[in-house]
Design a protein around this ligand. Structure first.
Ligand code: MN
Length: 297
């Protein structure tokens, strides 16, 4: 009898480190965020992901003047906004507009450049309420940085939900899980899961060897691979090598699981622009100032 028959065969993706928010700041006047990266200098450890801002949860009092961040540009990557509580309204120079409510995800491909605003939705602002969201930036490979902007509205109802047992569930935003595919179209291979993990229902998952895999804990506390523990607003980063990751909740937990193929290219950043070289950044600033990324009407 093979005593190892029930043990997963993959090599464990070991934990590299556990990170706390490296900075805390307001984005505009509507998004109080804790930043996990780039503030922790994780570039090559989390590539293709560039930035993770954890907004709230924070209560906002009623107002007739929706808070948020006004007109600003992006070039060279994608912004992914995941809303847990509250409602965000978006409008951009490519003519796209949308409202992102609880469970919804907006996947905006800035690529060659858009100008947009991100505000609390009008009625939500008027009534007041709690805002709780994540904004994740996903890098584009050099060949796609100057492609046409795009926009995917991913509604809560479009996202497959997988039962993890004991009341836990996993929503597949991008990539696949147990054969179920998430709706997001991505430029490079990415797995993105919104996970509600209950105590006593460990989650064991295989990720591609060579991909960067990390787990952000919004709420609760977890252990990974039976040892490393992380709590609220902490990020666990795993090694590229290996494939097997096991997550166990010590308290009912809400997690964002991110995995993707690293983009092995230089990263040059300047505020809302992420390119490969300083010259490309200078060009981005020049193009924005010349109005080539458009304006909000
Ligand atoms: Mn933005």
């Amino acid at each position: 009898m093979n005593q190892h028959a029930t043990i997963a065969t993959g090599v464990t993706k070991e934990v590299v480190g556990i990170y706390q928010p490296g900075s805390t700041h307001m984005v505009g006047d509507g998004f109080p965020v804790r930043n996990l990266f780039p503030s922790n200098d994780l570039d090559q450890k989390v590539s293709p992901f560039l930035m993770l801002d954890y907004a709230g949860p924070q209560y906002f009092s009623p107002t007739d003047h929706p808070r948020g961040v006004g007109e600003h540009p992006h070039r060279g990557f994608e912004t992914v906004t995941i809303v847990y509580e509250g409602i965000v309204a978006h409008r951009d120079s490519a003519g796209n507009a949308g409202v992102i409510g609880p469970g919804d995800v907006q996947w905006m491909t800035a690529a060659s450049g858009v100008v947009h605003e991100e505000l609390h939705e009008k009625e939500f602002a008027r009534k007041g309420g709690t805002l709780h969201a994540i904004q994740l930036w996903v890098n584009l490979p050099r060949a796609s940085k100057m492609s046409a902007p795009g926009y995917q509205t991913i509604l809560n109802a479009d996202i497959p939900v997988i039962d993890l047992g004991d009341g836990g569930k996993l929503r597949v935003i991008a990539g696949s899980f147990q054969g179920r595919k998430g709706p997001a179209r991505t430029f490079t291979p990415i797995q993105l899961y919104d996970v509600q993990l209950k105590v006593g229902a460990p989650l064991s998952q295989t990720f591609s060897d060579g991909h960067n895999t990390s787990i952000f804990v919004l709420q609760g506390s977890i252990s990974v691979n039976g040892s490393y523990s992380a709590g609220e607003a902490e990020l666990i980063v795993c090694k590229r090598h290996g494939s097997q990751v096991t997550i166990e909740a010590q308290a009912d937990s809400r997690l964002l699981v991110m995995s993707g193929e690293p983009i092995e290219e230089p990263i040059a950043r300047y505020g809302p622009f992420v390119m490969n070289t300083q010259a490309e950044l200078a060009q981005a600033v020049q193009d924005y100032q010349a109005g080539k990324m458009g304006h909000l009407s």
